[in-house]
Design a protein around this ligand. Structure first.
Ligand code: ATP
Ligand code: MG
Length: 404
């Protein structure tokens, strides 16, 4: 592959929110790849993952797939497990202090992290490192030295901290250590490239590059990727928010969880979580737009593609068939009350009218929690017009057949 082509592939899916920064990173990548090729030395690439819980999820596979791309091009990959950073927890995308974990809790969570990652990374070509190896060795004097490269203002300008400041919520001093710790990881790992999601922009690009320069290294290039929303379709998929699709789940649960994601997030799922090319994605979007492809069928294709990636084509097909059986072909409870739809009814009206809920407020809450489905499709707006006849399901067990 020509170097320009490599750069284009490696920059695919990146998001910097700033064209100049993107261009700078792309230029540096091109330059470093060219040099690496000339001297016959692969690039060293790393990404860090904090074992704050034991599950890796599909969101994590966005940076992991990027690592895999580098690996497939012959570069050296480090899968870094943040056993020490996990003690604090990354404040990047959080609006309040995170609970501190004990070293034992973290060690327990980290046990299967690498094994889970090898569902994507090539085990024989991956270096696994734990950052407690070097961070636990730092003295107070070392921390003073590292921290003297930053000002309090730099941290307080960050959106997450500034918001808390403005609202009078506490920002604890140790939370500012997180970026310093991550920058020190980059220094120790002497990586050419660090991969992460857009929530890592400050850690990787602002703090990490600054600290590396101060410590006499060539700053690593940030390959910053878009974030996959969770099953709520809005907020970043995150293990600490509980809206995640774990890697360690079975094929039919994975399929079902993708099907429960609201339609509005499908574009991001296609772009970030499938192997489809941009033209394949554009074609599907155009077909949905023109009505040639039902949104539910488009989502089934996405669910099948994602499930096939982590399992195999057969498992994904079985999961789809089971899903269709349960949700579309009445292989549900044999007996099911029916309800006749009246013109002009909203989702709320039908839920109340069909006695699936006790009150309007319960109906609203269930819709907000993505607990209401029509033929397996999550209904997202309680006030929207009811879409039409089908099997209406509330929670796991309450069904009503809505008829015209
Ligand atoms: P926490 O909420 O505890 O911070 P996390 O789910 O953000 O957990 P991390 O270990 O902090 O997980 O993140 C590891 C890497 O995975 C980071 O580079 C992060 O940007 C990326 N990542 C995490 N969630 C997503 C997601 N939903 N989409 C894309 N990348 C993600
Ligand atoms: Mg995080």
């Amino acid at each position: 592959m020509k170097i320009e082509e490599q750069v284009a592939t490696l920059m695919q899916g990146t998001e910097y929110g700033d064209e100049t920064l993107k261009q700078a990173m792309e230029d540096e990548l091109l330059e470093r790849l060219a040099k690496a090729e000339k001297v016959g030395r692969p690039l060293r690439v790393y990404a860090g993952f904090d074992p704050r819980t034991s599950d890796l999820h599909i969101g994590h596979t966005i940076p992991m797939n990027k690592l895999r791309q580098f690996q497939d091009m012959g570069h050296e990959v480090v899968f870094m497990i943040g056993t020490y950073t996990s003690l604090i927890g990354d404040p990047s995308d959080k609006d309040k202090l995170r609970p501190q974990l004990s070293a034992d809790e973290v060690a327990e969570n980290a046990k299967t992290y690498a094994e889970q990652a090898f569902r994507i990374l090539d085990k024989t070509k991956t270096e696994v490192r734990y950052n407690s190896e070097w961070l636990s060795e730092l003295s107070f004097g070392d921390l003073i030295h590292l921290a003297s490269n930053f000002t309090v203002q730099q941290f307080m300008r960050r959106e997450n901290f500034r918001k808390r400041w403005d609202e009078g919520d506490p920002v604890y001093l140790h939370e500012t250590f997180y970026s310093i710790m991550q920058g020190y990881d980059a220094h120790i790992l002497k990586a050419d490239v660090q991969v992460g999601g857009t929530d890592q922009l400050f850690n990787i690009v602002t703090a990490g590059r600054k600290l590396m320069s101060a410590l006499g290294d060539r700053p690593n290039i940030g390959v910053i990727l878009g974030l996959l929303p969770g099953t709520d379709g809005e907020v970043k998929m995150s293990k600490s928010l509980g809206n995640h699709i774990p890697l360690n789940t079975d094929a039919s649960d994975m399929f079902g969880k993708v099907m429960s994601v609201p339609d509005k997030a499908m574009g991001k799922y296609m772009r970030l979580a499938t192997r489809w090319t941009s033209s394949e994605i554009a074609k599907r979007e155009a077909d949905v737009e023109s009505g040639a492809l039902h949104p539910r069928d488009a989502k089934m294709q996405i669910a099948e593609e994602i499930t096939a990636f982590y399992y195999d084509a057969q498992a994904a097909e079985d999961a789809r068939e089971a899903f269709v059986r349960v949700f579309q072909q009445g292989d549900m409870p044999e007996e099911m009350p029916s309800y006749s739809l009246n013109a002009g009814q909203s989702v709320l009206d039908v839920l109340v009218g069909a006695k699936l809920v006790k009150s309007k407020s319960e109906a609203r809450r269930l819709v907000e929690q993505n607990g209401v489905r029509l033929d397996g499709e999550t209904l997202e707006d309680a006030n929207a017009a009811f879409p039409g006849p089908g099997v209406l399901q509330v929670g796991k067990r309450r069904f009503v057949r809505v008829e015209a």
